[in-house]
Design a protein around this ligand. Structure first.
Ligand code: HEC
Length: 205
């Protein structure tokens, strides 16, 4: 067999698998999957490995393939909404420039990180923000101009809630729960709020 036919064969096999995966989800042996995952992170410290255990919300989202029934969705929103902590000092806005760093940095949260590695929010991986930034993902909606129409107290609180715990707003959201899972600090959330909502931010120019 030549290399070319090998590659063509592999491509065809891959295409078939993808088509099948889309049409009808293949049943996955849960225990085998959990073992595969655990083996893959065998070197990770114990506290980091705890992240591989699904919490109740992730379990429901996984089992329903992110399509929870209405009652399940309501239960998720209630559970995740309960622990949302608003800024103790009532100040929702930090520093715009520091907020850009939060939005545009994807490092951190890996078990192999050197101590003190900056942990970003990586918002740009999923969202367009400043229209002049050409590198952004589209898994989430564009947030360009987000602050132009959200100046009232209720909208500001809603945005904080979304960033703190996305599942409290949209059950089974693909967006990380930045506050609830202690990915970002309160100050970082304030900074990214300023970047997202302030009229002086490039996001709203
Ligand atoms: C892994 C992808 C991902 C990342 C990273 C991410 N988001 Fe999201 N975000 C989404 C998705 C998907 C939605 C739409 C569904 C939903 O609301 O949960 C969303 C929705 C939002 C919304 C609500 C938009 C609306 O229509 O009102 C805001 C605000 C938001 N994200 C802000 C942020 C900020 C700020 C960050 C970084 C700190 C961030 N997101 C990081 C995926 C992501």
């Amino acid at each position: 067999m030549t290399i070319k036919t090998l590659i063509a064969g592999a491509a065809l096999a891959l295409a078939t698998t993808c088509a099948l995966a889309q049409d009808k989800p293949v049943a996955v042996d849960r225990a085998a999957f959990d073992k595969l995952l655990a083996d893959g992170y065998a070197k990770a410290p114990e506290d980091w490995r705890a992240k591989m255990v699904l919490d109740e919300t992730q379990r429901v989202c996984t089992e329903t393939r992110n399509r929870p029934a209405n009652a399940q969705a309501a239960a998720i929103a209630e559970r995740e909404g309960k622990d949302v902590k608003f800024p103790a000092d009532g100040q929702f806005f930090g520093d715009i420039k520091a907020g850009l760093k939060v939005a545009n940095t994807g490092t951190g949260s890996q078990f192999s990180d050197a101590p003190g590695t900056y942990v970003g929010g990586n918002c740009y991986a999923c969202h367009q923000m400043d229209v002049k930034e050409v590198s952004y993902g589209t898994l989430g909606p564009s947030l360009t101009g987000y602050g132009k129409t959200r100046k009232d107290e209720a909208s500001i609180r809603d945005t904080w809630k979304k960033i703190y715990n996305s599942q409290a707003v949209v059950p089974c959201s693909n967006m990380p729960r930045f506050g609830a899972k202690a990915i970002l600090t309160e100050q970082q959330m304030k900074d990214v709020m300023a970047y997202l909502l302030s009229p002086d931010s490039p996001v709203n120019k």
